[in-house]
Design a protein around this ligand. Structure first.
Ligand SMILES: Nc1nc2c(c(=O)[nH]1)N[C@H]1C(S)=C(S)[C@@H](COP(=O)(O)OP(=O)(O)OC[C@H]3O[C@@H](n4cnc5c(N)ncnc54)[C@H](O)[C@@H]3O)O[C@H]1N2
Ligand code: MOO
Length: 391
């Protein structure tokens, strides 16, 4: 058995960044920017007013000083004339400030009588002028790679970038295997259960920005598995679930090998998730064969599938990021495999659930973390620092 970090190295050597496509800005949220882009203008493009008030030429604001109102500037409509000492214009937020104006006095600090304003006794000393290019300037680089979020979309729009180069979404084919499985909503026979892992993984993959589609459930026969594999030619990654262990009906590895899969590794010193396999199929797609136990499949999703998808998206080869918390209750010594234990982190303290059986989805659902216990980690006390993966 290889270690988790050795397995990740193998997986990263199988996963390479996908090519780039151009999408309209409105469809770029959640995508990965593949190439750096540059701002096509200054923002703001002119010195602009930050407040509603009066723009004037004044070194100091002196209570009781008078100014003559000679015009107006609003957002989208600047003032064409020249502004001299003793003069001001009515101005609104977002309007260009005349080049000679030195400050904007907010309207709350002014009394107006016809075309004359008088400054009040207590005046806000702010200049309230946003210089041209204060946010960004023409040609400023917005660097790739990065996962685009709503705030980035707003920035790209302001930069006048209407088409965005993003990494193509990885296409992932998810194949549940097993005679016992039926789809949610169907009526299972007495010996059957509902396929759940495929749906959990599909949700995880979609959150990561992959295009994840479910194949028909493959039965525990060579024919059925071969048929399911024949539907994966367009995939960048094929995820099989179940049939990965050593039982007589665990045929996934054998069938994949017969179809030309070059195996990279099988079995990892971890729990849950020990019987994970990976390799490259004859189609060129990467394959990961996940164990069937529900929690094992989802843990492999967090520990291995997520970093693989991020690598395919061009976000780099890095393991899932670990955080630390202090232990809320003592934890016994760990065995020889790296153990990912369902846990809850609250206010910086981590509590590990008692029952870690790898079939218990209720415990997984109650968890927001996987405590990471390295191989042969000794017993830990309350207050000890522990690493965890947020989930
Ligand atoms: N003699 C040994 N037996 C087992 C070993 C071992 O080393 N020696 N390893 C155990 C471990 S660890 C795991 S994990 C499982 C993995 O088994 P498989 O990958 O072959 O999975 P299956 O046997 O097909 O299924 C296990 C379990 O999970 C349920 N399952 C499968 N697919 C789904 C799905 N899509 N949705 C929900 N549940 C699913 C299945 O019904 C079984 O209950 O092997 C141990 N055995
Ligand atoms: O490794 Mo299995 O994944 O422990 O249940």
């Amino acid at each position: 058995m290889i270690s988790v970090s050795e397995a990740l190295e193998h997986l990263f050597s199988l996963a390479s960044p996908l090519n780039t496509e151009i999408v309209p800005l409105a469809q770029a949220n959640g995508r990965v920017l593949a190439k750096s882009v540059t701002a096509r203008r200054d923002q703001p493009p002119f010195a602009g007013s930050a407040m509603d008030g009066y723009a004037m030429v004044a070194e100091e604001v002196v209570p009781g000083a008078h100014f003559q109102v000679i015009g107006e500037a609003a957002a989208g409509h600047g003032f064409d004339g020249q502004l001299a000492a003793g003069q001001c214009i009515r101005i609104f937020t977002g309007a260009p400030v005349p080049s000679t104006a030195t400050r904007v006095v907010i309207q709350e600090d002014v009394t107006r009588d016809g075309d004359c304003i008088t400054l009040g006794d207590s005046i806000d000393k702010g200049f309230h002028i946003r210089p041209a290019g204060a946010d960004f300037t023409d040609g400023q680089i917005f660097s790739a790679p990065r996962l685009l979020r709503p705030s980035d979309i707003a920035l790209l729009a302001a930069m006048n970038i209407d088409e965005v180069p993003v990494t193509r979404r990885p296409v992932v084919a998810i194949m549940s295997t097993g005679d016992e499985l039926v789809m949610p909503g169907e009526s299972p026979g007495p010996d059957q259960i509902i396929a759940s892992n495929s749906f959990g993984l599909q949700a995880m993959l979609r959150d990561l920005g992959a295009e994840a589609r479910l194949l028909p459930i493959a039965r525990d026969t060579r024919d059925s598995l071969e048929t399911a594999f024949s539907l994966t030619d367009d995939a960048d990654l094929v995820l099989t679930i179940g049939g990965a262990s050593v039982g007589d009906h665990d045929l996934v590895g054998d069938v994949a090998a017969d179809l030309g899969m070059e195996r990279s590794f099988y079995k990892i010193a971890m729990r849950p998730g020990k019987p994970l396999m990976a390799g490259r199929l004859a189609s060129g797609a990467m394959m990961m064969g996940l164990p069937g136990n529900s929690v094992s499949a989802m843990v492999c999703g967090h520990v291995f599938v997520t970093p693989v998808i991020r690598a395919m998206l061009g976000l780099g080869d890095a393991p899932a990021q670990e955080h630390t918390a202090t232990l809320a209750a003592p934890a016994g010594a760990n065995g020889p495999r790296q153990h990912y234990m369902r846990a809850r982190v609250e206010n910086g303290e981590i509590t590990i659930f008692c029952d870690q059986d790898s079939s218990l989805l209720t415990v997984l659902s109650d968890s927001n973390a996987l405590a990471v216990r390295p191989p042969s980690d000794g017993a830990r006390d309350v207050g000890d620092t522990l690493s965890y993966l947020p989930i």
